[in-house]
Design a binder for this molecule. Structure first.
Ligand SMILES: [Zn+2]
Length: 298
């Protein structure tokens, strides 16, 4: 074994994980089988001091694995399950169309709505809200309220926000762009996070973000132009910390990539979840994190 490898494991992830997970007496003859969560751990039965020198444990979803050999099958299996959920995604629940909501509110007439629908049909693109605005029949505020009613959530006045929330260590910009949303308000480090969507509330993304951040995440609707404006501000002011992979879809390759980054970043904990478009891995280390996003095809 090379000296650099020994030094690397002694100063890196091994030590951090070992000390955070192991009991106070590291020199006790503790067996690795009591630590590694992998069912077929090949290191079971080995005494821990030798493992301390040669292995690089990683914590995945609350369980510790002693090295890549133990970690990869578990993560690979998880990735396969996440990928299957993209294929088996249930159809979205039907909602009252925005046009009808506006009609119900007396903001457009039946003739105006018919005209907007005709334009939409002829163009073969664009949401009905877009065509109603093109015809000058509703303003963005009306449309935002109707969307909020459609999704049963509050509106958020992003235009009154004094300064946008810091994205660093909160959410990856690539993910926000894919769901057309921005973080609108967060009470404190652990308080609820309000996520403002510009065109539709993505419940699966809300759920994923809530799980990943471990804090309540509440969806709301804001003016779409404001969401785009804030995303643009983030693009200009925030360095994109996440790494995204547009075409890597093989679980084996994805797992190896996650493991390699985890080792390079000396990550202590890894979480993995899917959103509508991505499998999202977050590698944690001492109050900071690094995100990996793997785009999935629908
Ligand atoms: Zn193991």
């Amino acid at each position: 074994m090379s000296t650099s490898l020994i030094q690397g494991t002694l100063t890196g992830v091994s030590r951090d994980i070992a000390w955070s997970v192991l009991p106070a007496k590291p020199k006790s003859r503790l067996r690795l089988s009591s630590i590694c969560a992998a069912a077929n751990c090949p290191h079971k039965g080995k005494l821990w001091p030798s493992w301390f020198r040669i292995l690089s444990p990683v914590q995945f979803e609350g369980r510790v694995y002693c090295d890549a050999q133990c970690f990869q099958p578990e993560v690979e299996e998880r990735i396969r399950r996440l990928q299957a959920s993209f294929v088996n995604a249930k159809p979205k629940p039907s909602r009252m169309p925005v046009g009808l909501l506006l009609l119900q509110r007396g903001l457009v007439t039946a003739d105006q709505l018919r005209e907007a629908l005709r334009r939409q049909r002829e163009a073969g693109k664009g949401k009905i809200g877009y065509w109603l605005r093109e015809l000058g029949l509703v303003d963005e505020g009306n449309l935002t309220s109707a969307l909020a009613q459609q999704f049963g959530c509050p509106t958020f006045p992003l235009e009154r926000l004094a300064s946008p929330l810091q994205l660093e260590n909160l959410l990856p910009l690539t993910l926000l762009e894919s769901i057309c949303a921005v973080p609108a308000y967060a009470g404190s480090d652990t308080g609820a996070l309000y996520l403002a969507f510009g065109d539709r509330v993505d419940r699966s993304a809300l759920f994923a973000i809530e799980q990943m951040l471990g804090r309540q995440t509440i969806g709301c609707i804001a003016k779409e132009s404001m969401v785009h404006e804030l995303l643009e501000q983030y693009r200009r002011s925030t360095s994109r910390g996440e790494i995204h992979f547009e075409s890597m879809r093989e679980p084996v390759e994805m797992t190896r990539t996650i493991y390699n980054y985890a080792r390079e970043l000396k990550s202590q904990r890894i979480a993995l979840i899917n959103t509508r478009n991505y499998i999202w891995a977050r590698l944690h280390r001492e109050g900071s994190s690094r995100d990996l996003l793997f785009r999935m095809m629908r």
